[in-house]
Design a protein. Structure first.
Length: 513
């Protein structure tokens, strides 16, 4: 495959780094862990993420609202004896700010002491019901805003984004209907704005682009503040296609009971993961959704506050080069269409169904629980290395695609062969023909089966369930991104660069102009 590139005929435009707006990270209480903090700092320092988003800021494990009934439930009236404290919230925010990041504040879930029901989500039991008394919730939100301003200053807090709830269109995350969420949003943002009217607020934080036009219309008709629209994307959303199902859970749990030695990761993987659906996913799955959302948002800033390669916990793609190629393609394809995004998540230090201790479990993170960078991490690292100017080339969905950037006197070619399925090791040659002569050799950095691919080493080791510190250090060292030299052919009128890519390979080629 040949790619002919003429510098004189190609326009430059700014390299839109919207993907660095934020990164996701499980639930708030995890941010109190030292290993979480170390990995977050690394993601900020090496990948350039500016904010961090998490669920459960007001969950009971953050001790925001506690009642005497939590400790002594038999005493009459103990539920009415309550304490409100943002101590743990302050510890989390303090650390985030100390490393040069900002919180992307997801407001939720409901403290049990204020909740109207008992429905919870996930291992950490985030309460997803409405407040029992509306005014109690309003008072909590006002106290929260005052706490933030008193601790960090009004100018700092005005630079944050406050997103109301998470995926309220799904019953798993919200016990209510669309009208209930709209009312909760109104009460919450009015409470925040009553403390300071320049606090940045938005929603509806839905899955799959849902509710955007209805939510915007509701806010406009009722004069309710809306500073940004947010939604989420996972492959298959554009088809209305779930990549996991609960229909097989009973069967697989029964199987697991007959095989008690099976690892819980394997059991959950069999319950949720549906690889037979993968061939239905289109290469432009995310861009299609984003184009639609951009039209629905109009001139309101649009933020994809959650996205990843697959919605299923334990999906193999999260740990393989599939993730790297998907990330590169969709980050580049969606430039200029949104104001920010937040990849879900920066680390496998993560609790939803449970905390997975297997070194590679198919969890959502860019880094493993041991801090080993995955191919997805290296994909963002390559994106962060790109210059501030991009050559204006058409978006394609070809077998091999390329984007071209300028960084000082460097010409950068980001080449990738994205395939949502696992793909083949058989690849194809890719030739870049320049209309200028390049006299010195260039550099090559790559993500493929033999480079930046730590799960391959883990499998060579026999897939051990635990890793020693020395083993972790060895894997990190051996799979670190390396710079290689690449030779040119200057025998013609210009310069010919030859390379080779298999499915889901990513390469960054740099030459001096």
């Amino acid at each position: 495959m040949d790619f002919c590139f003429s510098i004189d005929k190609t326009k430059l435009k700014p390299n839109d780094r919207y993907w660095q707006f934020s990164v996701g990270s499980g639930h708030a209480a995890l941010a109190l862990r030292s290993d979480y903090q170390e990995q977050l700092k690394k993601a900020h320092d090496e990948l350039g993420f500016k904010r961090v988003r998490f669920h459960g800021l007001f969950d009971d494990d953050m001790k925001v609202v506690t009642s005497l009934a939590d400790y002594i439930s038999l005493i009459p009236g103990s539920k009415k004896v309550r304490t409100t404290s943002f101590y743990h919230v302050g510890l989390v925010f303090d650390y985030i700010l100390s490393i040069g990041m900002k919180p992307f504040v997801e407001v939720g879930f409901m403290p049990r002491a204020l909740a109207s029901g008992r429905r919870t989500a996930f291992y950490y039991k985030g309460n997803v019901t409405l407040p029992r008394h509306r005014q109690e919730w309003v008072n909590l939100i006002k106290d929260f805003a005052r706490f933030c301003i008193a601790r960090y200053g009004v100018d700092e807090v005005r630079s944050w984004h406050f997103e109301i709830w998470n995926e309220p269109n799904l019953a798993f995350f919200f016990k209510g209907n669309q009208k209930d969420y709209f009312s909760l949003y109104k009460d919450t943002v009015n409470a925040l704005k009553s403390v300071d009217d320049k606090i940045v607020v938005g929603g509806p934080s839905t899955s799959a682009n849902l509710w955007l036009p209805e939510f915007r219309e509701y806010c406009e008709k009722n004069n309710i503040p809306l500073d940004f629209l947010s939604t989420h994307h996972y492959p298959g959303d554009d088809l209305g296609l779930p990549l996991f199902t609960y229909s097989n859970i009973k069967r697989f749990v029964t199987t697991a009971l007959r095989n008690p030695k099976d690892n819980i990761v394997d059991v959950i993987h069999k319950m949720l993961y549906m690889p037979e659906k993968l061939p239905l996913i289109k290469k432009d799955s995310m861009r299609n959704q984003v184009v639609k959302a951009r039209k629905e948002a109009g001139n309101i800033p649009l933020i994809y506050s959650e996205w990843n390669v697959n919605p299923t916990l334990t999906a193999p793609a999260h740990d393989t080069t599939q993730s790297a190629a998907f990330i590169v393609k969709h980050v580049l394809d969606c430039q200029g269409l949104m104001e920010g995004s937040s990849f879900w998540t920066f680390s496998d230090i993560f609790e939803e169904l449970t905390f997975f201790t297997r070194p590679f479990s198919g969890c959502f993170g860019l880094q493993t629980i041991h801090g080993i960078p995955k191919p997805s991490y290296h994909a963002f690292k390559l994106l962060n290395m790109l210059g501030d100017e991009r050559y204006d080339l058409p978006v394609t969905d070809g077998s091999i695609e390329v984007a071209v950037f300028r960084k000082g006197d460097l010409l950068q070619f980001l080449v990738y062969k994205q395939n949502y399925e696992e793909g083949s090791e058989e690849g194809e040659e890719f030739n870049i023909q320049l209309d200028i002569l390049v006299q010195s050799s260039g550099t090559l950095r790559r993500i493929d089966r033999n480079h930046c691919n730590p799960i391959a080493l883990w499998k060579e080791m026999g897939c051990p369930e635990t890793l020693l510190k020395e083993q972790v250090e060895d894997i990190i060292l051996r799979t670190a991104m390396k710079e290689e030299s690449i030779e040119f052919d200057n025998s013609g009128k210009g310069t010919l660069i030859k390379t080779f890519l298999a499915d889901n390979d990513v390469q960054l080629i740099e030459v001096k102009m």
